[in-house]
Ligand binder design. Sequence first.
Ligand SMILES: [Zn+2]
Ligand SMILES: [Zn+2]
Length: 202
Amino acid sequence: MSTQQVISFSYTLRNKAGEVLDQSPEGRPLEFLSGAGQIIEGLEESLVSMEIGKSDEVIVRPEKGYGFRDESQIDTVSISQLPVDEVKVGDYFQAGQDRHAPIVRVIKVEGDQVTLDANHPLAGEDLVFSVDLLAKRDATEEELAHGHAHSSGGCCGGHGESEGGCCGGGEHHHEHEDSEGGCCGGGGHDHEHGKGGCGCSH
Ligand SMILES: [Zn+2]
Ligand SMILES: [Zn+2]
């Protein structure tokens, strides 16, 4: 029997070449509920076994990160099927009305034919996280019932969603269209993070 914990950590994410892809904002660590699929598996496994106050480098392979690239996720469509008149390589679209619909990225434009890639931008990448484990505590009854941490700030604190949190869990890369991935997956953290408390609808 394992107890679910709320774990607080700060991180810098680099690719294998050492380029910084993402980092937790200064003074705003991420907090997540373990065992709830809120962050990528490989990172969670390491954090769960780390002691408070420790720093470590965690290398996450694709099978425990964002998965492998899948060529069947690449599709060519006519520009008339897209919600815009003009596209360029690097643009992102949400493939559907739902705010959690997958994000597709334009990788080629040829005449009116547009090639879209629905793979996660970090699929197939080895992810190198430098993490500082700041705090751990047992989850409260309420957090267990909700399936997410009720943090006092940082990621997963301000999402008004009952399914809980971000930090790279599953297909949760809404509103990160301009970045290189989801929460903890790269790019800007410019949405709803760090408001504090639980915004869920329970
Ligand atoms: Zn809640
Ligand atoms: Zn998010």
